[in-house]
Design a protein around this ligand. Structure first.
Ligand code: FES
Ligand code: FE2
Length: 349
């Protein structure tokens, strides 16, 4: 049920060290992560090829992992480098490794068998690690299928209900959305002209541009790329300065980044962050990430509740409304890619 030939964020860079093994399941595949002495990340299947002991119950010895059962030792390439009490190490004594790369301020792993090209990591995440932007992020573990989270982000009408006490904004339901889709992307856009900005944006404009009490144009552009990468381009500019047409330089901009990684069919590692080109004092980083974390707790409560009801009502249909256009397109895309993988000769064996 997952697209396996894709990059998924598995951790933030500081979660993986050379002191201890990090065990994390990605797309139902248990993996151990650690750093070698040169700082490179290793990703090995969390299964010793001898008697299937999880390697995460072993420990690191230099750049190698020692299995905690009978002591076989494996290097970062998965090759066995020691069998206690045995001279000869047959080449088949090895564990699977996964392609892993650090890019855009996150660590990405590729759980599939096809060739893993780092250029396939969506460039929209670049503001997470870019001199023009400040960024802070976090992780929320969510007990639901990963697609419920991308559905949620592709339909922001929920802001007015789930986030009625935090973000709620009647404008998000009053102004229409436009939805566009290509082969591997969906964009949902909502433009809100000439209005009094919400407190968050009012403060940002005052701080960054010295603008007090101005009416604003606001944009919310949601970009989806499979499997479940969602970047929200958000911001405001003084009304009539081109914000409606894509001219953003007179205003303040943020990017809410969402890297949604399935752990299992019903649990998800949800990595998220907020990049901003205003209020760039690093002391404010935790303030911004805490705001996002608080809001996502509301989303988490909602999607986990939906998952529980879905589990109790297998095979019962749901209905779609106009606001669902974006995630209906996104789900079709994911379904097509999953089906494409199961048609591949290697995967069909
Ligand atoms: S199971 Fe790992 S060494 Fe035996
Ligand atoms: Fe939300």
């Amino acid at each position: 049920m997952f697209i396996l030939n894709a990059w998924y964020v598995c951790a933030w860079p500081d979660e993986i060290t050379s002191d201890a093994i990090l065990a994390r399941t990605i797309c139902s595949q248990p993996i151990v992560f650690y750093r070698d002495a040169g700082g490179e990340v290793a990703a090995l299947e969390d299964r010793c090829c001898h008697r299937q002991m999880p390697l995460s119950l072993g420990w690191l010895e230099g750049d190698t992992v020692r299995c905690g059962y009978h002591g076989l030792r494996f290097d970062a390439a998965g090759k066995c480098v020691e069998i206690p009490g045995q001279e000869n190490i047959p080449p088949r004594v090895k564990v699977r490794t996964y392609p892993v790369v650090e890019k855009y301020g996150a660590v990405w792993v590729w759980p599939g068998e096809a060739e893993a090209d780092p250029a396939l990591i969506p460039e929209r995440f670049a503001p997470q690690d870019h001199p023009d932007w400040s960024f802070s992020g976090g992780t929320t573990f969510v007990e639901c299928n990963y697609q419920l989270i991308s559905d949620n982000l592709l339909d922001l009408t929920h802001e007015n209900y789930i986030h009625r006490t935090s973000l709620g904004n009647q404008a998000v339901v009053e102004y229409p959305i436009t939805t566009k889709g290509g082969d591997d992307w969906v964009t949902v856009q909502r433009l809100i002209p000439d209005h009094d900005p919400a407190p968050f944006w009012k403060a940002a404009l005052a701080e960054a541009k010295g603008l007090e009490d101005v009416r604003c144009d606001r944009w919310q552009v949601i970009h989806f790329q499979p499997p479940a990468n969602v970047v929200l381009e958000v911001g405001v500019a003084p009304a009539g300065t081109g914000g409606m047409e894509g001219e953003r330089s007179h205003g303040v901009e943020g990017r809410n980044t969402n890297m949604i990684t399935p752990e299992t069919e019903t649990t998800t590692h949800y990595f998220w962050g907020f990049a901003r080109n205003f209020s760039r004092d690093p002391k404010l980083d935790p303030v911004f990430s805490q705001k996002v974390a608080d809001i996502f707790e509301e989303d988490k409560a909602a999607v986990e509740a939906v998952q529980r009801v879905m589990d109790a009502n297998r095979d019962r249909p749901v209905i779609d409304i106009n606001a669902d256009a974006g995630h209906v397109l996104a789900r079709r895309m994911v379904q097509r890619l999953v089906a494409g993988e199961s048609d591949m000769p290697a995967a069909a064996e």
